[in-house]
Each structure stands twice: as C-alpha cells, then as structure tokens.
Ligand binder design. Sequence first.
Ligand SMILES: Nc1ncnc2c1ncn2[C@@H]1O[C@H](COP(=O)(O)OP(=O)(O)OP(=O)(O)O)[C@@H](O)[C@H]1O
Ligand SMILES: [Mg+2]
Length: 470
Amino acid sequence: MKYATRLLVTYLFFSILSFSIIIISVNKAIDYYSFVTIEKQMIEKADISELSFREILTRYETETEKVKPDELAQAVLEVLKASGVEVRIYDSNSKLIGSAKNGIIVNNGSPKIYKGNIKNALKGNYSYLVTDNKLIYFAIPVQDKYYQNVYVFEIVENISYYYDIMHKVRTVLLTGAGGFIVLITLSSLYIARKTTKPIKYLLGATEKFSKQQFEPVKLNRKDELGMLAEGLNQMGIKLNSYIQYQKQFVSNVSHELKTPLAAIRGFSQYLNEGDNEDKELKKIYSHLLHESDRLTKLIDELLILSRFDKASDLKTEKEDLSELTYKVVRSLQPKADMGELIIETDLRSGVMAEVNPVLMTHAVSNILDNAIKYSNTGGHIRVEAYIKEEIDHSLNMAVIKIRDQGIGIHQDELALVQERFYRAGNSITTKGSGLGLSLCKEIIEKFNGRLNLESEFGVGTTVTILLPLA
Ligand SMILES: Nc1ncnc2c1ncn2[C@@H]1O[C@H](COP(=O)(O)OP(=O)(O)OP(=O)(O)O)[C@@H](O)[C@H]1O
Ligand SMILES: [Mg+2]
C-alpha cells in the first residue's frame, strides 16, 4: 500500500471511529434526557392527580361508612377525566372500575389492561410502560386513610411527538455526520497529498542518484524533510565527486598502461613467432601473448569507458543495424565454429538507428561474444534484427536480439552482471574482465536506447538491444 493511501486510510479510520462514537453517545444522551423529561412531566401530572383523587376519597370516607368503588370512580373521573388521552381507575384487585377517553367518561368496553403495570403501582410506586404504538401508561397508587394502596389511577398519554422529534434530531445528526465524513475525506486527501509531495520529490531524487544523475535537491522547508533533502544533497555532491575521482583514476591508469602494454605485447608476439625448439618456452611465450592480448582488450575497453564519461558530444550517424549485426556475426563466426555452435540469423531490412558505428559494433560483438563464450558445445544462437512497432508509430524501436541456449545467469545476478567488473558465478571457467556488458549498457544508453537481459539458469540467455528507430 502506498504511503499516501496508508495515511488516508488511517486518518479516515480514526476520524470515522471517533465520529461514530460521538454520534452514538449523543444519540443515547438525547434519548435518555428526553425520556427523563417525559418521566418528570408525567410525575408532576401524577402528583396533582393523586392529590385530587385522595381529596375525593377522603370526602367519601368521611361521608359514607363503606366506600362504593363505582361511585368513587365516577366522582374521580368527573374531576380528572381530561388528565390524559385516557384515564383509568383500578381497585386493589387490578380490576378496572372506571375509565375516560378523550375527556369523556366511558361506561362500557373492555380495553387492554397491562396488569403488571397495575400490580407494580399497587406495591406503592409509580409504574409505567410504553407500548409499540407510542402510548405511555403511567400508573399511580392511591392510598386510603389506613395508608393502604387501594386504588390505581392510570394516565395514558400519546408520546409519538417525542419519537418524531427524536427522528428529526437523528436525521439532522446523520446528515451532519455524512457532511463531516465527506469533509474529512477531502481534507485527508489534501493532507495525504501535501505530505507525500515532498517525499515523492525526494524519491525521484534518489532514483536519479541511482542513475548517477546528481541534480541538486531543494526543499524549502525547515523541518525533518528539509533536513533530509539537505542530507541527500550533501550525499549527492560527495558521491559525484567520488565517482568522478574514480573515473579519472581509471582513465589515468589505463593511459599509463597502454604504452608499456603495447611493448609487452609486441615483444611477446616477436618471441612467440620466433624459432624456438624449447616446447616449454614456446608455451610460455604463447601464454604471454594471450594474456597481453586480454590486457590490451581490457585497457581499450577502459579507455572507451573513460572517453564516455568525459565526452558528451559523441559523433553519431544513421546506421543500418541489420548490416552492422551481420558484420559482427561474420567476424565471430570462426569463434562459434570452434565451439561447434550454430548461429541462426533473421536480420530484417530497414532497421535504422542513430548510433556511432564503432561503438555499436563493439557493443553487439560483446553480447555475441558472451553468447558464444557461455554456450555449451553444439548449441544454437539466434540473432535477430527487426522493428518493434508501437501503437504510437513515432515510438517505433529498432531491436537487436541475441538468444543463446547456454549456461544462463541466476535471477539475483541479472542486475549485477550489468555493473562494471562484475562476473557471475557461472563464469569461473571462462576468461573475461566483467566489463563487456556494462560497456554495452553505457553505449546503448548513450544512444537513448536500453539493454534488456533475460535469463534462466541452465536454460539460456536473451539479450535485447532497443534503440529509437531513425
Ligand atoms: N550469454 C550469457 N550467458 C551466461 N552468462 C552470461 C552471459 N552474458 C554475460 N554473462 C555473465 O555476466 C557476466 C558479465 O558479463 P560481461 O560481458 O560484462 O563480462 P565477461 O564476459 O565476464 O568479460 P568481458 O569483459 O571480457 O566481456 C559474465 O561474467 C557472465 O557471468
Ligand atoms: Mg563479455
């Protein structure tokens, strides 16, 4: 997951989590406090009703010897019939003894009675319940002169208005939450972009460093990222000067070695070609010549490399790559024959590219030389030159592909073999300096092309050169 995405996801996760907790708590708080208010209102109403009820009851108790419940209920209802949407009176056996609906006394009918609610009230406490159709049944115990809970006065109220308000509050809350989440997402996106922009810039700088392009890294900030940019800058300067020093050193040494090496080679050739009866000496002279040839090749390659490092204006011309490749194949044919290798060619016409022919020949020879060197006796090598067509024809590429059935390169060494002086584990038995491929890569990149290396250990290697079509 990208850093910006991770930042965004984390930020969003925690924002939404905290916001959800807030919403749930607010919702619960509204629920709780609204109900507390309803309860308080009902208790106030209940207290007034109970007072009136007891007044009437006391009057009855003093006037008559035995209170007739029906009469009492009637009298109470006359006074309290409008206390709620519905008003009911129960005796101590939870039996309904009178009721009124919408302010009118009802003498018949058998409404649904919530016995539990009445029984609770008869124990001496307020008791209430809310039905599914949003009605609250609030039961109040009424005591006689002996402080016995002998009657229950029940007020029924419609509290659907409260649920409507709750619903509206919730809608407002959720709409707000939606807007908040959109805002949070946008601001997280903005913050993630803003934070990762300098990081991306630094990443780009390190990528350029790895290609040895040391451009100054500038970030106008005084924080850790600014310090990192400054650190990278210093590192780039030091690395660049070190690389320049190393290149200069190699170039100087190569120049110094060139003349004495030419002398050594000349003398060894003279000795090798001279008449000599001693077989041992002849072997030594031949070895001397062979080794000085190898050293001369190495010095030549090193000099090409150092010329590369210095010269920015390299002479190029439009070259037929098929023709150039054909010449290389011809020149290396004897070496292939020695290893009993068959070189198949498929070289198409019109494969043109803007290159320096000497350097390009050197690059293709190096790759074919590797294919021959790292092939087993009797193997096949396929050399192709063709045009790779792209959807956008202006990007068509000239391709040279050399495929062998040789010993192959391990995957973890594929990138390393393109470095200067690196020789893979497979090359112990063959001679070389490890410069060939790195030189090819630099030559091809100089002509704005690229080198592609594919290989499977024990199966073979394919090297592809891609150059802009001229
Ligand atoms: N076609 C190939 N098949 C198998 N291994 C290869 C092939 N081409 C290159 N290699 C590996 O990559 C390494 C680097 O190749 P490179 O051409 O740079 O050096 P070299 O062949 O060892 O020496 P020279 O400088 O003489 O070319 C080789 O040592 C070899 O291990
Ligand atoms: Mg080589």
